[in-house]
Design a protein around this ligand. Structure first.
Ligand code: FPP
Length: 246
């Protein structure tokens, strides 16, 4: 099915919680890792589609802080897939800039090396920025940021009244990107799972039952078409928004 998209209202930042790899594999009688293998392919396809549509930032929740509690073999498989699945040629062909957020120092050296190479190689690309959240959780990020600001205050570099919303945003790891306009969660769960909590204050949420390995280009277009029918009110009344009042 084709979805009519208004090219002037493409969300600048789409964040995705890619859920359902394990259940997709189980339903097919396959090991969970087969779902992750397919999940990497979808991540690449969806990044290419986001590029075609003109999405400026695509943030993919790939490995949460809580995912460290999974069996070692599954963690290893996910990291191996990241190392082999990140292909510079695909990024260069599509003018994609690659970035990572999360607890970088906690990652295996092979993942640090590979992601660093991708970031360096694609730093000058000007199309979509693909942000991969690895060993990331929002509470971890907020805790780090609060500790950083407390240090700035102790050193006399930050006054309490200088701690504004904009200042906090500027100190987060995500300072280089705008807040998400649209958050998509696949896999039929209705929760945010410690993802971009500060940044999603006014984000539009879209949930779908489709497991991530089955989420194709037309599903992204469907989510964006749905987003384009929303009215973002930011606490105002619908009438105020229609009249474009400040
Ligand atoms: C969720 O499925 C997926 C993950 C925990 C992470 C794995 C994601 C990938 C391998 C794709 C990312 C790739 C790149 C290149 C960015 P789940 O295992 O939680 O599924 P379940 O809820 O059905 O068990």
């Amino acid at each position: 099915m084709e979805y009519e998209l208004n090219r002037d209202q493409i969300p600048a930042h789409v964040a995705i919680i890619m859920d359902g790899n394990g259940r997709w594999a189980k339903a097919k009688g396959l090991p969970r890792t087969a779902g992750h293998v397919e999940g990497v392919e979808r991540a690449k396809q969806i990044t290419e589609e986001a590029t075609r549509l003109g999405v400026k930032f695509l943030t993919l929740y790939t490995f949460s802080t809580e995912n460290w509690n999974r069996p070692d073999a599954e963690i290893e498989a996910i990291f191996n897939l990241l190392v082999t699945g990140l292909e510079d040629e695909v990024f260069m062909k599509n003018n994609v800039r690659f970035r990572v957020i999360g607890d970088f120092d906690r990652l295996p050296l092979s993942v640090q090396k590979r992601t660093r190479e991708c970031m360096d190689k694609t730093a000058g690309n000007t199309g979509t920025t693909m942000v991969v959240a690895i060993s990331y959780s929002s509470r971890w990020e907020l805790t780090q940021t609060m500790q950083k600001m407390a240090r700035q205050a102790t050193e006399g570099k930050l006054k309490p009244e200088e701690i504004t919303e904009d200042y906090i945003s500027s100190q987060l790891q995500t300072a280089f990107m705008p807040d998400p306009d649209l958050l998509i969660r696949t896999g039929g769960e209705y929760r945010i799972s410690n993802y971009l909590l500060w940044q999603c204050a006014y984000t539009e949420f879209y949930y779908c039952d489709t497991y991530w390995p089955d989420f194709h280009e037309e599903d992204l277009r469907k989510a964006i078409a749905d987003f384009q029918h929303r009215q973002r009110r930011y606490g105002k009344t619908g009438e105020q928004v229609e009249k474009n009042e400040n």
